[in-house]
Design a protein around this ligand. Sequence first.
Ligand SMILES: [Zn+2]
Length: 524
Amino acid sequence: MPTRLPFGSLLVPVRQTSARLNAAKLAGYACAIVFLPVTPTAGDWAALPFGGLLRDLYQAKPRKPGDSVQLKVGPRAQTTLIAVCLADAGSTFQRLQAAGKLARTALDGEPDGIVISSQGCAKSALDATLNATIAALEAAAFRFATFKSTPGQHERLTHMEIVGTGKLPDLDLTLATAAGNNLARWLTALPPNTLDASGYRRLVQDLARHLGLGFKFYGEAQLKRLGAGAFLAVSQGNGTRDAGIIQLVYRRGVPTPGVAAGRAKARNSTSPLVSLVGKGICFDTGGTNLKTHKGMLDMHIDMEGSAVALGSLYALHALRSPLAVDCWLAITENRTGPLAYKPQDVVRAHNGTTIQVIHTDAEGRMVLADALSLAASTRPRAIIDYATLTGACVSALTERYSGAFTNRPEARDFIEAAGTSSGERVWCFPMDADFDSDLESSVADVLQCAVDGKGDHILAARFLNRFVPQDIAWLHLDLAAGSRHGGLAHISSEITGFGVRYTLDLLRRGWPAKAAGSAKATSS
Ligand SMILES: [Zn+2]
């Protein structure tokens, strides 16, 4: 079933105007959100349309940050007016969580337009809350692909307006990030017979054309020539020969008709600053070590890492980022069958490392090994990889945080700080070199994983570490928070698209250069 990328509907347009919120403005909207301080003054109530009615409702009981009241106003009671008590403290995560709840309330009546304003609020807390609210509304209003013969009759939110709040800083960043997150979630939610390897490749090719990115596809034949035996071990069990690794190239204002990769050894002017690498397992049966019914049910989302890499690149492009960024997507299924790889197979990866296979369901680290090695061969300064990689990471963190692993241990605070400020929280795990003794093989250079599952998230990171040269700053994100029942923070869908907000924050903070600088400053 062919499906097209939802370029036209990734975002609901938002405009900022200097208009005031009055009865006439309210009458033009089905929904209005007004942020207020905990204790508005008499002047605040007087300045608001329907201020008297609102005041009586608001003051009916003591209010705390995050509380809201709503009433129907206008000649035909056509506008739902929601007054929200502004939280002036708290973490980004808490602000996003509150914004998610507010967005669900606001969209409950399926308004076609929402106007957002404030009265009497401190500017800094208000700006952060407005950005969180826009992010939450963009996420909640976004529609996933539907395959129903008769689509439901739902009204769509078509426009938002921010009035009377002064210019909102970072609105561009909020919108670009929301679009990237929506794209990542949309891709991840597609059925696996739509987003199979060929379907995914076509969509990424469309995206590259739409955004003017360099595109190169390394199919199985070329990967064989390049010696990418770890990726090919996984893809050999597929029924079709369409798996491969995609490279996308983004350079602001620089046309990229051809892409030279896999050969360049020295960093040069065409080398990326950052390469984003994603695990794109379109369906994971577990392979020869087959998963159970429930363990396999949601395994179409095992490509979320690649979708997050794409969503991050989309957001950077939307912001016209000056950073030179490449994106590498390892796209295949992990299937059973007579040709599928097996425990005790020994394969040779792109960088020459030989791997003794232990468990075919640990396919993510196999495809990432070669994708990381190929990405490293173009000499980026930094690599960030994304993968729904291990159950151990979920056991350790639940789905509220994602795991972070780095070959720059001095930058742990920097890495976690981006999680705190973006609201997509990460926790740095240890990955000291002595963990490698758990992966010692008697017949090959390394075991794919340990026979028991102890600390599998850490051992997976140690395994991947072999495929990234030490002079490249590397951050590996094990996306434990990639899906969560009930959603996470401002995202109410089970698929969270976790990682796009985090990446934009990390790169804006100057990863990896500033991370090295801050570490030097603290150690001297
Ligand atoms: Zn697996």
